[in-house]
Design a protein around this ligand. Structure first.
Ligand SMILES: Cc1cc2nc3c(=O)[nH]c(=O)nc-3n(C[C@H](O)[C@H](O)[C@H](O)COP(=O)(O)OP(=O)(O)OC[C@H]3O[C@@H](n4cnc5c(N)ncnc54)[C@H](O)[C@@H]3O)c2cc1C
Length: 405
């Protein structure tokens, strides 16, 4: 192949790490590398719940792409991808189009609302920096308005979070930390505020260790979170949600519903006509699509089956980062016609934060962690990623060092 054009779509965990690895492993005479992303920054998706609650400013979460990539080796294009035409080896963007020889798709996820009436129109989602910032501003605005209306509206102080999975629980933890501050700021009695979680399963964090689930519920309840489990969200309007539990429908007045109960792969996959399994591309072990030998898929757009459980691996940053090793290696192998490697997830553990100084987790060999130990572990995981992405400089600039509260 004559100096091929490698095009990487999406500067998320998978795309950024693949780019950084390729810029190190390929000489500028070996390939042209182009990274396309809709913003000129990369963000840590796993911190967005903090930005949404207002406990961490979004500038801590975003990282300028040009501060991490080597602009002499990588051509960065800020544009929005509209579709991929794999037969023509073309990427269509809002302002341009690109020809590729090798493509890496790392366009991440979108919220899945499962057709629940009103959810797509009226609920907020924690999907990117803009959406997270909007949630923070919206909550602040409603608190600010509360005392400025003749008729006080309780709906301004009711915050409903749909879904008690990892994202929902992490967001609840941050909200529980933030609400007392907001109440002080806007002279609101803390007892008036309701943070309500609606979860369809009989418990939050379904499938997680029961002892840790109980710990998480106690921690969050002690800080004012109400759980309504075994309840299905039926409808969301601009001023309320309706859920059904034990055959009864209940309405909660709220101006703030945050939907955290489901994600799907970026719809560009489906729109581009790739063979897919519920929107994701079921990749081969070398991370390529079964249809196109020049297209790799990474992160939340890729589906990998867990042979043991017979279910797909859940979409995580952990897996996206691990996949970047294989994708970067295999892109180079494709250029040089050498042996490709296969991807095997190595799940090192799972840690969920419950606010700034509480967390739960399971790490190596099913070791349970809770409280400050889990908090420390969470920050180590976050800092390790920064180190891997941008070395000591980035770690110092963006790392979380408030480890011992
Ligand atoms: C609040 C929250 C907490 C989480 N916590 C954890 C955790 O603790 N541990 C864990 O392992 N995982 C966690 N996850 C899941 C994890 O964040 C995702 O699995 C991970 O971000 C997927 O990485 P990715 O590279 O596929 O995509 P992303 O990191 O989502 O990146 C996709 C990139 O593509 C860009 N993009 C999207 N569409 C376009 C377009 N049309 N044109 C151009 N660019 C585009 C986006 O701007 C973004 O930069 C969490 C997720 C959320 C929302």
């Amino acid at each position: 192949m004559n100096k091929p054009n490698i095009v990487i779509l999406g500067a998320g965990y998978g795309g950024m790490m693949t780019t950084v690895k390729l810029q190190k492993s390929l000489g500028s005479n070996e390939a042209n590398i182009t990274l396309v992303n809709m913003n000129d920054y990369h963000y840590q998706t796993t911190w967005l719940h903090e930005n949404a609650a207002g406990t961490l400013h979004h500038d801590r979460t975003r990282i300028q792409i040009n501060s991490v990539i080597d602009i002499n080796k990588v051509n960065f294009i800020k544009d929005k991808v509209i579709s991929v035409k794999p037969e023509e080896k073309l990427v269509k963007m809002e302002n341009n189009q690109l020809h590729y020889d090798i493509l890496v798709i790392g366009l991440g996820f979108e919220a899945a609302t499962f057709g629940i009436p009103g959810l797509a129109e009226n609920a907020f989602t924690i999907g990117d920096i803009n959406r997270a910032r909007l949630i923070r501003e919206h909550i602040d605005y409603n608190f600010a308005l509360y005392h400025n209306e003749n008729t006080k509206k309780q709906a301004r102080l009711n915050i409903v979070v749909g879904g008690g999975g990892f994202t929902g629980v992490e967001f609840l933890g941050e909200l529980a930390d933030r609400i007392p501050e907001l109440c002080k700021e806007y002279d609101i009695d803390k007892n008036l505020v309701r943070i309500i979680n609606i979860e369809g399963s009989p418990t939050i964090l379904p499938g997680f260790d029961p002892q840790l689930v109980e710990y998480a519920m106690n921690s969050l309840e002690s800080r004012g979170v109400e759980f309504i489990t075994g309840a299905l969200l039926k409808e969301c309007t601009a001023t309320s949600v309706v859920y059904e539990k034990n055959g009864k429908e209940v309405e909660i007045p709220t101006l703030t519903t945050v939907w955290a109960a489901g994600v799907r792969a970026n719809s560009i996959i489906e729109k581009s006509g790739f063979q897919n399994n519920r929107g994701k591309i079921e990749v081969q072990a070398d991370m390529r699509t079964p249809e196109y030998s020049d297209v790799f898929v990474i992160g939340d757009c890729a589906l990998i089956m867990n042979e043991e459980s017979g279910k797909p691996y859940p979409p995580t940053a952990q897996i996206a980062i691990q996949q970047s090793d294989i994708v970067a290696h295999n892109v180079k192998a494709l250029i040089h016609n050498t042996k490709m490697e296969t991807f095997e997830p190595n799940i090192l553990g799972t840690v969920a934060s419950l606010g700034s100084n509480d967390a739960i987790g399971v790490i190596l060999n099913n070791q349970k962690l809770l409280g400050w130990k889990a908090t420390v572990m969470k920050k180590i995981i976050d800092n390790r990623y920064l180190w891997k992405l941008g070395g000591f400089g980035l770690l110092m600039k963006k790392g979380k060092f408030n480890i011992f509260y």
